[in-house]
Design a protein around this ligand. Structure first.
Ligand code: AMP
Length: 634
């Protein structure tokens, strides 16, 4: 472990020296004056005074050497479309998109909200924003209109880029009505909405505010748009994520620090080299998509594969066929996808030639041991789990094979990544935990380059949310429990807050509770996350009805449950839909009225809820038990 230990130690003890060296990986139009500004903790500013541009680093810079290399390979098993863009072609498309945006008034510092499915234009739009110095905010295409409206009101975009429709599992989802409803709900009215017309939507819906992209693209076909040189600490994007409150937080990322961190991670964690092909099966709406479908592979000169579709359509062999056809070297996905694939015919994996594949990376949720063992044996290649969050932008825990190929430990994503002063702390005292002792995973100040710089428009919330859980200490809380062994390997033990993780997607139980409460029949509600063999966790809802009598008959109850699920779909999107909605007469609460969510989750998982001395009425627990028995477990 000496190499790794020494590497990590240097990154923590001499961060300026460490990151000054790493900063050579990217192009600086103007060199930075100061590596790190720590004058205003917990805020940190990296590469102060340096001017650079993410689009230049991801695309323009490679034109001299790899103009004819594929930059982006797009495959949609939903539409049957496959397209390849060389770096030269990607450059041209980004310039067209940037010119179109500029013609619609977008300028440096403006926000552009991107509500798009997995299509190449999403990549063009994000990189066009980077080129113009505009701040993109990508909203996952599965989010419903009210979620979209909340993000419009927070980011106040000058432009929305959307498409006529998305597609998943063979089902077309019309986007125009969702955008329509979101705009009607939002206070902020963006002057323009640009639409990529895929000709997918069953009905040609038109709205007066919609501008179609294709005619404008033709108009600006040969236009070159110069890169705006941004100060390293200007924002590049805002990405919303769920927390404990019903209001999502806009995670803000800088420019220079992000580019450096991603470029370094491609060598030390992912071992990706220019000319390699990387397939990250995520969505551009999530942080993994931002960092490892788009920015990191392109900054490092790789070919990135973008995939629209599920892992099992047309059949469970599709991803492995892609590896063979496109000679994929690096693959990155979430454990849920593997659990889905594990249920498929094992012969499918053996049918494809996987010799090009070097490593499979997994992140986003706990990797269970059976799945880890299965895929490691089946592939016969390293499987590298890595732990991080939207906030950090790149891994905090991993086996950093590009530094030292330490042995894997089943059930652990590995050891702290260079740059992160990661420690486990006692929740009450803030003391560093002894090996084997459970604690909260925290990061010391300063966070390394690439991590969130603040909450959009709310510096105070950044400090109060992330930096205030351990009194008198400058520590960032990840809100994850963990345990570290003698060799430094950390195992993740779940969240300390009311956030749950369904199939690698982070959801706030409070958001789901608020959605359910909006239904007229609901008086009170508790949503908890419970273990699920496929998705890692699922949400279960327990509701107290205003008029229980009315829903006593079996069919009325079933109808209400369906109706409540539909309410969540409409408010948040189908990804947030609870697996079951159970009706109870009373919810377990403390005498001061706090919901005992952990006790409910324990019962739902068949565990003992333990001693609850502060419970207001212990019979509420029996209510939950009865509801679970009557309704069947998730
Ligand atoms: P998100 O911000 O949506 O990426 O969610 C981040 C959260 O997902 C973390 O705080 C963890 O709770 C969980 N998570 C991410 N990666 C892992 C991993 N490799 N192992 C266990 N949990 C993970």
């Amino acid at each position: 472990m000496t190499r790794y230990r020494e590497f990590h130690r240097r990154s923590i003890e001499a961060p300026e020296d460490f990151w000054r060296d790493e900063a050579r990986r990217i192009h600086w139009e103007t060199p930075f004056e100061t590596v790190l500004d720590r004058s205003n903790p917990p805020f940190a500013r990296w590469f102060v005074g340096g001017r650079t541009n993410l689009c230049h680093n991801a695309v323009d810079r490679h034109l001299a050497e790899r103009a004819q290399q594929n930059a982006l390979v797009y495959i949609s098993t939903e539409t049957g479309i496959e397209r390849r863009y060389t770096y030269a072609e990607l450059y041209a498309e980004i310039n067209r998109m940037a010119a179109v945006m500029r013609s619609l008034g977008v300028k440096r510092g403006d926000r552009v909200l991107i509500y798009l499915p997995m299509i190449p234009e999403a990549v063009f739009a994000m990189l066009a924003c980077a080129r113009l110095g505009a701040i993109h905010s990508v909203v996952f295409g599965g989010f419903a209109a009210p979620s979209l409206a909340a993000r419009i009101d927070d980011a106040k975009p000058a432009l929305i880029v959307t498409a006529d429709a998305g597609a998943r599992g063979g089902k077309v989802i019309d986007y125009t009505p969702l955008v329509d409803e979101a705009l009607a709900r939002a206070q902020h009215k963006p002057p323009h909405v640009l639409r990529i017309d895929r000709q997918l939507a069953p009905e040609r819906l038109n709205a007066s505010y919609l501008v179609d992209y294709e005619p404008l693209r033709e108009q600006f076909f040969d236009v070159h748009v110069p890169c705006e040189w941004l100060e390293s600490n200007e924002p590049s994007y805002v990405l919303y994520t769920s927390g404990t409150t019903g209001r999502p937080k806009g995670v803000v990322r800088d420019v220079g620090g992000y580019a450096v961190a991603l470029a370094a991670s491609m060598e030390y964690i992912f071992e990706g080299r220019a000319g390699d092909t990387m397939f990250t099966a995520s969505d551009i709406g999530w942080v993994v998509g931002h960092s490892y479908i788009i920015y990191a592979p392109l900054i490092a000169g790789l070919t990135t594969v973008m995939y629209e579709g599920t892992p099992i359509r047309p059949d469970g062999g599709i991803w492995w066929r892609l590896v063979e056809q496109h000679r994929i070297n690096l693959m990155f996905t979430a454990p849920t996808a593997l659990r889905v694939l594990k249920k498929q015919d094992p012969a499918l994996l053996k049918k494809s030639d996987l010799s090009s594949l070097r490593t499979l990376f997994l992140a986003g949720e706990p990797l269970d041991e059976p799945t880890a063992s299965w895929i490691t044996d089946a592939l016969g290649k390293p499987v590298v789990d890595n732990y991080w969050q939207t906030e950090t932008g790149w891994p905090m825990l991993a086996i950093q094979r590009g530094v030292e190929a330490l042995p894997q430990k089943l059930g652990s994503p590995g050891v702290p990544v260079y740059g992160y002063n990661l420690t486990l702390r006692n929740e009450q005292t803030g003391d560093v935990c002894a090996p084997g002792e459970k604690g909260v995973i925290t990061l010391g100040y300063p966070l390394p380059p690439g991590c969130m710089s603040t909450v959009w428009g709310d510096d105070r919330r950044f400090v109060s949310t992330y930096w205030s859980s351990v009194p008198d200490q400058q520590l960032y809380s990840t809100f994850d429990w963990g345990i570290q062994d003698d060799n430094g390997y950390v195992t993740i033990l779940g969240r300390t807050d009311d956030v749950i993780n369904v199939a690698g997607h982070r959801l706030g139980t409070r958001e789901i509770e608020e959605a359910l409460s909006s239904h007229a029949a609901v008086a009170e509600v508790a949503v908890v996350g419970v273990a699920d063999p496929l998705k890692g966790q699922v949400a279960l809802a327990f509701v107290v009805l205003r008029d229980a009598e009315r829903y006593a008959p079996e069919d009325a109850r079933a109808k209400l449950e369906a109706d409540l699920a539909a309410t969540v779909d409409r408010q948040l999107g189908a990804i947030a839909r609870p697996a079951r909605v159970h009706m109870v007469a009373m919810l377990p609460k403390t005498r001061s009225g706090k919901l005992l969510r952990r006790a409910i989750a324990a019962l739902a998982e068949g565990r003992d809820p333990g001693d609850l001395p502060t419970i207001e009425d212990a019979s509420a627990l029996q209510q939950v038990r009865d509801a679970l028995t009557a309704g069947g477990k998730a």
